[in-house]
Ligand binder design. Structure first.
Ligand SMILES: [Zn+2]
Length: 476
């Protein structure tokens, strides 16, 4: 992990009588304080090694919003400072503690007091001749302010992303009708999905390896411009570390990964290639973007390499695509819908778990509310009707058996009152009941139509339903 050439160069410098100094930091948003610190460090030695934490190392310690400046730039920046760093070394996340110090054994280790406790300082003396403790260098006020602004806006961004991820996770749970009794690794996948930072399409992958579950989630590079991040429509590889890659990275050196691979979203073709190379033979997934080209390519790859791919749960959307059982709706019966507009309203409410005839959700005028029934005007009156009232059961009653004598009594009173109040010389009271494929009802909650026809016109009140949706209508 430590570059051998680095050690050779340092040994060479030591031989030439140079005092070796080592200073470490993340050097993110380099400012005057950093520069003063490096200048002081340089004063302590002849050959200065500047160590710099990698992006991942910083992220692990300070959270997903850091660093602000990616490691390539930070590296270049320090390299370009004239007559300061003889070496710039990037410290990776998986290096053992004090690895660089132990390997370089500097003559002087330059530290800021706040970063080490007394005990550590005592132990560190084993690996270097001397420790120079510097005071924290004050920051210039302007750059300090800018730092604060950038950090808080990043923090805002991260907070917003976390909220959106949570929402996306909830939506996935809905789509797969998630419940916590589902077998592992589904609950684990859902839980770790929250670690994603890609709000557009959070993904989580996992494997059971070395007797424990390992999870990886997709990560957006937050150093990219907000525009680039938010205007993606596909899961661009360059902008996002895919969950599969994140997981493999966490597993470290694995020669053969011959265990079932689980993911919330079917892998893209690029990830599929890597998984095939790693020896994965079975892939289980919760969802798929099967209409995307990358998914089609990925499926082809899997087929070609005899990889078993299997969807873990049937999602709601795919159930609808495979023509849903029409009697499975709770409040509505789509085959009897007359118009697209009517069907769209009904479907929207049904999908929100709302009964379109509930007094709380009905989207037409309520004329009067009684003890057991409430009265409304039909938004879609039959042709030939001058008046068409709906008398709807207030307390979600769906079958004749549930109508009590008091309800029948109140219904009779309502009909008499309405015909008096609205001057109805004659008309009809109609109520469908039972199986809608027989009754012809579109809404399941019991309701009565009280109809006054126009003079000398016919109103057809149809009884008798359908099994299939009308050809010209579509379930949106
Ligand atoms: Zn991928």
């Amino acid at each position: 992990m430590i570059d051998k050439d680095l050690i050779t160069r340092v040994e060479e410098a030591k031989k030439n009588g140079k005092r070796i100094g080592l200073v470490q930091g993340s050097w993110d948003l380099f400012h005057l304080g950093h520069l003063r610190y490096l200048l002081k460090a340089k004063e302590e030695c002849d050959y200065l090694i500047v160590a710099m934490d990698s992006d991942e190392k910083i992220r692990k310690r300070k959270g997903p919003s850091r660093p602000i400046i990616p490691e390539k730039e930070r590296y270049e920046f320090i390299k370009l400072l004239p007559n300061i760093a003889n070496e710039v070394v990037i410290k990776e996340v998986d290096e053992p503690k004090w690895n660089l110090i132990k390997n370089v054994k500097p003559d002087v280790l330059i530290v800021i007091k706040e970063n080490y406790n007394e005990e550590d300082l005592e132990k560190l003396k084993e690996y270097c001749k001397r420790i120079a403790i510097l005071k924290r260098q004050s920051e210039s006020s302007t750059s300090d302010k800018i730092r604060k602004i950038i950090l808080s806006s990043k923090g805002e961004q991260v907070k917003k992303i976390n909220e959106e991820i949570e929402k996306a996770v909830e939506e996935l749970k809905q789509r797969i009708s998630y419940n916590s009794d589902m077998p592992e690794p589904i609950p684990g996948l859902i839980e770790h999905l929250k670690e994603s930072t890609d709000k557009i399409c959070p993904v989580c992958a996992c494997v059971y390896y070395n007797s424990e579950w390992h999870y990886g989630s997709n990560k957006v590079d937050l150093n990219l411009s907000k525009y680039d991040i938010e205007n993606r429509t596909e899961l661009y590889y360059a902008l996002t570390e895919h969950a599969e890659m994140n997981l493999l990275k966490k597993l470290g050196e694995v020669k053969k990964l011959d265990v079932p691979f689980y993911t919330t979203l079917f892998p893209c073709d690029k990830c599929m290639k890597v998984l095939i190379d790693k020896g994965v033979k079975e892939i289980y997934y919760l969802e798929d973007h099967e209409n995307k080209n990358w998914s089609k390519r990925s499926h082809e790859l899997a087929k070609k390499h005899n990889i078993k791919v299997e969807k873990l749960i049937k999602t709601k959307t795919s159930v609808i695509e495979e023509s849903r059982d029409m009697s499975s709706y709770k409040y509505i019966y789509p085959p009897n819908a007359r118009t697209q507009e009517q069907l769209d309203i009904m479907m929207r409410l049904e999908n929100e778990g709302k009964d379109p005839l509930s007094i709380d959700y009905i989207e037409q005028e309520i004329i009067e509310t009684k003890k057991y029934w409430y009265i409304s005007k039909n938004r879609f009156p039959y042709s030939g009707a001058e008046l068409q009232f709906l008398i709807i059961s207030k307390y979600g009653i769906y079958d004749l058996n549930s109508i009590t004598p008091e309800m029948w009594e109140e219904l009779k009173e309502i009909c008499i009152e309405l015909s008096k109040e609205y001057n109805i010389p004659g008309g009809a009271i109609n109520m469908r009941f039972g199986d809608p494929s027989y009754s012809g009802a579109t809404l399941k909650r019991l309701h009565v139509h009280l109809i006054k026809p126009k003079e000398e016109e016919k109103v057809k009140f149809s009884i008798g339903g359908h099994k299939e949706l009308k050809k010209e209508l579509k379930l949106n």
